[in-house]
Write a protein that binds this ligand. Sequence first.
Ligand SMILES: [Zn+2]
Length: 74
Amino acid sequence: MADILPIYVGDELELRKAHPCGANHWLVMRSGADFKIECAGCGHQVWLPRAQLERRLKRFIARGPRGAKEEGES
Ligand SMILES: [Zn+2]
């Protein structure tokens, strides 16, 4: 299960493809089997299945409280 990427509410993501509004900065609003992410540029919200979000994720811009905790524990 080590290849499951930990993505949590509060994380800020850069995706491989920018949103049509020009921003490439997304906030994780809900996590689970599907994720709800919000564009930091225009506030547009989309639901993405985990597999799709992992494929589109380029990097973490910032980790939320939970992600930061897990990274510190390794
Ligand atoms: Zn946008």
